[in-house]
Design a protein around this ligand. Structure first.
Ligand SMILES: [Zn+2]
Length: 473
């Protein structure tokens, strides 16, 4: 990986596949565009060759925006349309081919990232975007971060605006995509008796001159869109809604013909600014977010194991002997448990996730070359989350000490210390669950793994010697 320079952003559209070298400032340094092949295997080949032509091997990272549903947390492609790449592990394919971090997300999410960083939503944290083209894509941003929900929130094209409307590919009827997309505009024009050749601008000019038939088309096309925007505003209350894609500007113009309305959910609706470039710029910038800002081989010693696996004693023994800072998830979480009332298990898990992130944020601030010991049950979050945290913290080397003991021993240890735990931690009822977990849990394997049986006294010196060898190796 190269620390300077550029990422490759790729935007897979229904018509064209665009790829560009993108600078950290969001400038396009070089671009290529080819027709999208509807065959998934051929599309993958094209995508790899585009990245190669843009020097994928020299890029810091690669980002890809995909139309349709993509798991925003893992990058798994869940469905497609004209081109369906679900079933292809695109992140893995690209990472294997180019050896750099890869992010894959919904194309409209990528476009919204670009508009937020260097377009119409600059300085605005809460935004929604609809990309209007053949279909309607959607994305949501809260406090500057894309909202993923469980997996793929922001499918705004599938907000229902007409219960008895046309069937949509998603299985519902009357989604805004079926009423206000570019495809729907063509249908509204046909239904109004306009010939197949007439362009939107011509109808717009007629509507502006007062032509009732043309105004009718504008209202029929933009009315459902406004209903969808009001609905998303009621649900998410964004600061602005951007309309992008090939027909975003046109949709903003068409909305001007709608009669004024009085409702609680009005929100500023503006055209996006970056046009067709938004997708590649956003994909490139999202990819650059994966690259450590100050690369420099921070080192991480993961002391991993399920709760009560004996990892904390080992972590302390190592910290004492090496002088390396020790960050334990519980140490960060405990003050919150002390100060917050009524922490239940879901909230405890949320605090755990925040503490986990805090650990890596702190490591990311440390001097290059620092080594940290982190004591946590790393399996409480997907390995993908850890990988992203490690990359963002600028950690170049990872070793893992996998602490384990027979499940029953772990259950007994947990039960024995229940009295000294703060409220918020799971109680005695958790013991059988923990025993089950201990039976199936294993190391993450992000780097070399040392197996540590915690039923025996730890030989900290031997562990340190192993760590030194693993880092040198
Ligand atoms: Zn739908």
């Amino acid at each position: 990986m190269s620390s300077a320079g550029f990422a490759i952003g790729i935007d897979i559209g229904g018509t064209n596949m665009r790829a560009a070298r993108v600078s950290p400032g969001g400038e396009i340094l070089e671009r290529i565009s080819v027709r999208t092949d509807p065959d998934p295997g051929a599309a993958l080949e094209t995508l790899l060759s585009l990245a190669d032509r843009l020097d994928g091997a020299g890029a810091c990272a690669i980002g890809v925006g995909i139309p349709g549903r993509v798991d925003g947390w893992s990058g798994e492609i869940l469905s497609g349309g004209f081109l369906d790449m679900s079933g292809i592990d695109l992140k893995r394919e690209l990472a294997m081919a180019f050896g750099c971090p890869v992010t894959v997300a919904n194309d409209c999410s990528m476009a919204l990232i670009a508009e937020h960083r260097c377009g119409a939503a600059m300085g605005i944290g809460n935004a929604a975007m609809l990309t209007i083209g053949t279909g309607i894509g959607g994305a949501l941003m809260e406090a500057g971060r894309i909202v993923n929900g469980r997996r793929c929130a922001g499918q705004l094209g599938h907000l229902v605006v007409n219960m008895g409307g046309r069937p949509c590919k998603c299985g519902q009827r009357g989604c805004v995509e079926t009423e206000s997309s570019g495809t729907a505009l063509r249908r509204h024009l046909d239904e109004a008796g306009y010939g197949g050749q007439i362009r939107f601008e011509q109808v717009l000019a007629l509507a502006e001159a007062g032509d009732e038939r043309a105004r009718g088309v504008m209202i029929a096309w933009a009315g459902p869109l406004r209903a969808a925007i009001n609905t998303l505003s009621a649900a998410f209350d964004p600061d602005i809604v951007l309309l992008g894609g090939g027909m975003g500007q046109a949709a903003c113009r068409a909305m001007d013909f709608l009669p004024p309305e009085r409702c609680w959910y009005q929100v500023d609706t503006l055209p996006a600014r970056l046009g067709d470039d938004a997708g590649v710029i956003g994909a490139g910038l999202a990819a650059l977010d994966l690259v450590p800002k100050a690369r420099g081989g921070r080192r991480l010693v993961m002391v991993n194991g399920v709760p009560a696996s004996g990892k904390s004693s080992l972590a302390h023994a190592l910290a004492e002997r090496t002088g390396w800072p020790l960050l334990a998830l519980d140490t960060i979480k405990e003050p919150f448990l002390e100060l917050l009332d009524g922490v239940d298990r879901p909230f405890n898990r949320l605090l755990g996730r925040a503490s986990y992130k805090a650990i890596f944020a702190a490591i990311g601030e440390a001097a290059e070359g620092s080594t940290f010991i982190v004591d946590a049950w790393f399996g409480f979050q997907p390995a993908e989350v850890l990988r992203e945290h490690v990359e963002m913290a600028g950690i170049g080397e990872v070793v893992e000490l996998w602490c384990h003991a027979p499940p029953e021993v772990i259950g007994e240890r947990y039960a024995a210390r229940l009295g000294s735990r703060l409220p918020g931690h799971p109680g005695a009822g958790y013991v059988p669950e923990l025993i089950g977990l201990a039976g199936r849990a294993g190391p993450v394997g992000l780097g070399p793994v040392l197996d540590v049986d915690t039923t025996r006294p730890a030989d900290a010196e031997a562990v340190i010697a192993w760590i030194a060898g693993a880092f040198d190796g």
